[in-house]
Each structure stands twice: as C-alpha cells, then as structure tokens.
Ligand binder design. Structure first.
Ligand SMILES: Cc1ncc(COP(=O)(O)OP(=O)(O)O)c(N)n1
Ligand SMILES: Cc1nc(C(=O)O)sc1CCOP(=O)(O)O
Ligand SMILES: [Mg+2]
Length: 525
C-alpha cells in the first residue's frame, strides 16, 4: 500500500467507524513468519490452525519460500523496511492478543520486530517458534541470526518452542539425545530470558512416545503424546506454536495451552495420516479435519451449548418409566413442561433399534421446545438421531474420540470425580463436567460419593461448567447450589423427577428451589 493510500479518506472513515464500534472482539494472533508455497507450514499453517481453534490470525510475512513436499527450493527475504511497514499496519490498528513468530530470516528483521513490539506493546503474550531448521531438515535461517534471537527476542518471549535441532543450535550445537538432555537444554534456554520453554522431542531416538519437555522456570513437565506413523508431518512445529498462541489468545494459561495444542496436533496428524499431497517424502497434514469430518452436519439444527442449560438437568431411567407406566416421550414431555433445561436419555436396558427410535421421537419433542437432548454412553445412537450431544463416563468412549466422531458443534459432557479428570476433560474437548455422586444414590450401583467438598474441588480444578449429580432432590438441591462456586451451573437428577407420580409438578418444585438458592447466592456475593 502506498503512503497516499494509507492517508486516503476511505481508510480514515473506516477507522472512525471501527473506533465507535461496540461489537465482539475475537481472540487475535499475529503471526510474523514466512510463506510456504506448499501451504503445510509457515504463515499458511498458522492461519489454518488459528482458524480451526477459533482465533483471528493476522499475518506479517518475512520471507516467501518456494517449497513443496520434497524440500525448500528457494527463499526470497522480504526487505526489513517492508516487514516494518506490515508490522505497523497491523499493530497500529488491531488489538492483537498474542504475537507468534516463525521464520525470521535476517538479523535486521529480528531487530525490526523487537523495535515494533517495543513501540506497540502487546497486552497479552508473545511467543517464539525459532524456525531455523524445518522438519524436513532444510535450514531456513542462518546461524548468524542466533545472536539476535538470544539477545533481543528471547527475553521478550512468554514461551519458546524449539525442536531438538533448534534447541541444540540455540545452545551452541550441544548434542541432545535423552530426556535428561532435553531438561537441561530447557533450563539453559530459560536462562536466556523466555518465561517458559517447550523443547519438542519429536526427533528423539528410541522413543515410542512423542515426548516434549515443558519448563516454567521452576518445574519440568513431561508431556507425552502418541507417536503417529505418517509421512504427513510437515508444518507440525508451526501448527503447535500457533495452537498455543490461539489458546493463549482465548485466555488460557500456558501449560493448558501447550497441552491443548499437543492434543490438537495429535488429532490432526491422526486424521490426515493417509492423505496424499505431493510426491515428496514429507507431506503436509490437514488442519481443518474437524470441519471436514462434519460436512454432513453443516445444515443441522445443532443446539448451541449454553452453560446455563445445565440448570435443571433431567436424566431418564427406563426402569422408573416402566414402574410408573410412562413412555419415554411422556416422561421427557412432562419434565420439559415443568421447566427442565436439558434432557439426557439414560436407557441402560433398551436395545439399539428401540433406543434409536425412542431417541428420534424425543429429539422431535426437545427440538420443538428448544431444549437440548443428550444421549448417555451411546455415540452411535446420538449420531443416528442427530441428538445435540452425549454424556460419557470415565469408562465409556474417551472424550477426544467422541469429539472426533461428533465434530465441533455437538455437546459432550463427561463424568469427573477428581481434579485430574476435570483438567483432562477440558483438554480433551468436553463442554461440561458431570460431578458426582454428591450424595448416596440407589439409581446407580456402586457409585462412590464425593460430597459437597469433592464437588467444589472438581469445580475449582476446571474452567468448564459443572453440573452436580447423585442423590440430589428438593431437600438438598439448595445446599448444592449454595456452595456458590461460579462454574457450578445446576443439578442433574433422575429419581427426584422420574421416580415420582407427577413428573411435571416435581420438576416445577425443584426448579423453584434452584431459583431461590441461586438468588440467595447472588445476593450474598
Ligand atoms: C450429568 C451426568 N453426570 C454423570 C453421569 C454418569 O455417567 P457415567 O459415569 O458414564 O455413568 P452412567 O450414567 O453411564 O451409568 C451422567 N449420566 N450424567
Ligand atoms: C447417573 C448417575 N451418575 C452419577 C455419578 O455420580 O456420576 S450418580 C447417578 C444417578 C443419579 O440418580 P439420582 O438423581 O436418582 O440420585
Ligand atoms: Mg456412562
């Protein structure tokens, strides 16, 4: 853009409108990196990964590379004055949450970036992915740049994510062969100034797992991931770094962001392990797998998950319906009439055909009332009746697999009794946690109780919304909501509604108890 164009009235008018706008600001990552013509790595990977994770990605291009699945054929470095101009354009106008760097091909560009970041300080984080050697082994930045990294960029970074070759280069060429070597490299790189370090061990010899070492200045964390056998690994470094940046921009803290990024990359590799792009030895992988696997869902009426839906969560029980001589559709119709905010079909005895038929009929009722319907345990039944989601327990299908099968839009709840399970639920892509048994129950056999204290501990361990379950009814629902933890959104009940003569009346009474308890908590806080 010429100087005249920057000063033209259209640009100023847009700026005026923008500053007066009160709309939604998406999480925003700025990537400062090189373009990859094969689109597996670099700017292209950064944009796809951020887009897939729901972050906006602006781009400052430092170099244009000619590369494909065979290797890097050429690099055309963008003059530093023009890198500076791109940085000014983005940073002077947009609210960037996180800056992510990739290929910085000259010392002058490293300096330009550092100066720009000083001139336009970023409120959030910055992170550095020192792309010096690509996964194909091609050298993308000369060693003379290392001094610039060490002296200027690393001290400003919140995280630096070198692979083994890059970590070795940053530390003067030392050999890194074991996890102990990676830990000592992470510690040494930390002394150069970044707040945290992730040394990626993808190339570690003799390792069955993909082990990375995360160091926050005090503690080491060994992060294990399954090693996926595929030629399509080009761009994994850029993608992991961009995912970390996107999670940080969305408000995550560092270790959960790194773990979520590892999960995403693992799933992307798994999903695209057999795709064929190019004739060379190292192909790109498919960042947008989540969207493509659910192309058939594009026109569905999926219920957009709102944590407040968990307020009065009615879980059906076929034995109770039989006892009271009700059909499942009558039971859920009555619960909705009484004010249930979400329904789960928990039909442990139905055969698959019966379950799909009754779930399809229930879906019609729920959809017509705008109440989401989830299926307990059975992902196949949820898919067959296009339910709004599923609820799974710790011994059911893993959340990450259910997410792959159901896609990004379906609701997934998972039962958690411990903080570790609660932290994993978030990383695996669950939408909410069901925590129980809060009190003893006869509805579910051999169900250990966690009590109100256990419920609070689970709530505090996760940022996911939580619904309490187990032995809850009109007499104690007030105590549960009275714990006052902000992410405890409601109670899930079976017998309190369905082991009663009049389901709608019981639902109404429970709703009123919950409303009183929530108002009391609000008044106190
Ligand atoms: C909301 C809610 N929370 C917990 C559970 C229990 O699920 P799970 O541990 O898988 O046990 P079963 O319900 O399958 O017996 C739930 N169903 N709903
Ligand atoms: C289905 C279920 N899950 C539980 C858990 O602790 O995860 S307790 C439970 C049964 C809840 O039934 P009632 O409301 O009748 O006590
Ligand atoms: Mg289950």
């Amino acid at each position: 853009m010429s100087a005249a164009a920057v000063g033209c009235p259209v640009f100023k008018a847009m700026a005026t409108v923008r500053s007066g706008r009160s709309g939604h600001k998406p999480p925003h990552v700025l990537t400062v990196a090189g373009s990859d013509s094969g689109a597996g790595a670099g700017i292209q990977a950064d944009m796809k990964a951020c887009g897939a994770l729901g972050a906006y990605c602006s781009t400052v291009i430092t170099a244009i590379t000619a590369q494909n699945t065979v290797g890097v054929q050429g690099v055309h470095v963008v003059p530093e004055y023009f890198v500076a101009e791109q940085l000014r354009s983005v940073l002077s106008d947009m609210d960037v949450d996180v800056v992510k760097t990739g290929m910085l091909p000259s010392i002058a560009i490293v300096k330009v970036l550092c100066e720009s970041l000083k001139e336009f300080p970023i409120r959030g984080s910055s992170r550095v992915d020192p792309v010096m050697v690509s996964t194909s082994g091609d050298v993308l930045a000369s060693p003379s740049i290392l001094a610039g990294f060490r002296e200027e960029l690393l001290p400003m970074a919140d995280i630096v994510t070198p692979n083994l070759k890059e970590a070795s280069a940053l530390l003067g060429g030392i050999s890194l062969k074991t996890i102990a070597d990676m830990q000592s490299a992470a510690k040494s790189i930390h002394t150069l100034g970044p707040r945290t370090v992730l040394v990626k061990g993808g190339d570690l010899p003799d390792s069955m797992d993909a082990v990375d070492i995360f160091f926050d200045g005090k503690e080491f964390h060994e992060l294990h991931g399954e090693r996926i056998s595929t030629r399509n690994t080009h761009g994994t470094g850029c993608t992991l770094a961009s995912c970390i940046a996107a999670e940080l921009a969305k408000g995550s803290s560092m270790l959960p962001a790194v773990q979520a990024a590892k999960t995403y990359v693992g799933n992307a590799l798994r999903y695209s392990k057999d795709i064929v792009i190019g004739r060379g030895p190292q192909g790109p992988f498919d960042h947008l797998f989540q969207l493509k696997s659910h192309i058939f869902n594009l026109n569905s009426n999926d219920h957009h998950f709102n944590p407040d839906d968990l307020f009065l969560y009615a879980v059906t029980d076929s034995r109770m319906n039989k006892k009271w001589g009700r059909s499942i559709t009558d039971a859920i119709g009555a619960a909705i009439e009484g004010g249930a905010t979400i329904i789960q079909l928990r039909e442990k005895e139905a055969n698959t055909r019966e379950f799909v038929e009754s779930a399809t009929a229930c879906m019609e009722i729920c959809r017509s009332h705008g109440v989401p319907l989830l299926i307990n345990d059975r992902i196949d039944v949820a898919l067959a009746c296009d339910a709004d989601g599923v609820h799974v327990g710790q011994s059911d299908m893993p959340v990450s697999t259910a997410r792959l099968l159901l896609g990004p839009n379906k609701i997934i709840g998972v039962s958690c009794k411990t903080p570790i399970q609660a932290q994993k639920a978030y990383l695996d892509g669950a939408n909410y946690i069901g925590c129980g048994g809060v009190f003893p129950t006869t509805t579910k056999e051999n169900n250990p109780t966690v009590g109100l204290d256990g419920l609070k501990t689970v709530c505090l361990a996760s940022k996911l919304p939580v619904v309490a379950i187990g032995g809850i009814g009109i007499g104690n629902a007030g105590d549960v909501m009275g714990t006052g933890v902000s992410n405890l959104k409601g109670v899930a009940v079976v017998s309190a509604l369905f082991d009663r003569e009049c389901v709608s009346a019981e639902t109404r009474r429970l709703r009123s108890v919950l409303m009183d308890a929530t108002s009391a908590v609000k008044e106190l806080s």
